[in-house]
Design a protein around this ligand. Sequence first.
Ligand SMILES: [Fe+2]
Length: 279
Amino acid sequence: MSSLNEFFTKNGYVCVNVFKPDEVEKLREIIEKINGTNRNIGYTSKYFMEFPELFIACVHNKIVSTLKEILEPNYQLLPDFTVDVERYGFNIPMGAWHLDCATEKPNRYLSEKNYRFVKCGIYLQNNSKEFGGGIDVMPGFRRFIRTSNTDLDFKIKGRIEMYTRPLFSKTLDIKAGDFVAFDSRLPHRGTQPSKNIKKDKNNKLYYDNQGMKKMVIYYNASRRRYVQPYLKTWYEKSYLQNANNNLDFFNYKYPDSYPNVFLDELEKHQIDIGQYIPE
Ligand SMILES: [Fe+2]
């Protein structure tokens, strides 16, 4: 087992330095163009289609080799790419701690031994307890105690996390240009800054960024076996119900809708994007 894979197996995440300062700056410029003066906002696939540089960043050589090691050589990307700007998880109960897989709750595969599905983040600023910029995680807390009932599995996991969080939570030492992949079952939250916190006119907390906006590119990657169930859940739970704007990726077809420069990169790496196939 490679040392990266060993670290992931033990801790449920890996952090790798990928982008040089000038590359970070270029990505920040693109996001700045999209973002303007908004805060606490996410941008979906539509923006990646317009600015393929964002897609290309997600398949940087170092990132692909990392994911091949911790997932499998022909892993799949999921089509739900996002850019988050100035999101810290303020004003959310439970201090914003959550599991990304919570939306897939009734599914039994979440407690399968071979389940590997990761949230990927490209962080475009340093992280710190004072100013935020990255995430806090509970290293190693990614498995469920499997009972006969998935709801119960979640409850038990949630309780254990709640009581042990003060002891085991960790602010990741992320630097601008780092790539982090973490298990979708790993408890995490955006690192909440302790400095420069203000209240807006609606009495909501926000971070006064002093000219340095928090920007993160987020996307998902998985062992192939778990791609369809994930897409099916989102399709049935949200997309069909209310055509959730965050799910605009269902409007794009792979490969036809994607920019050629991105498709060439995918082909070079022998990976692809999962596409929902209704049964
Ligand atoms: Fe999350």
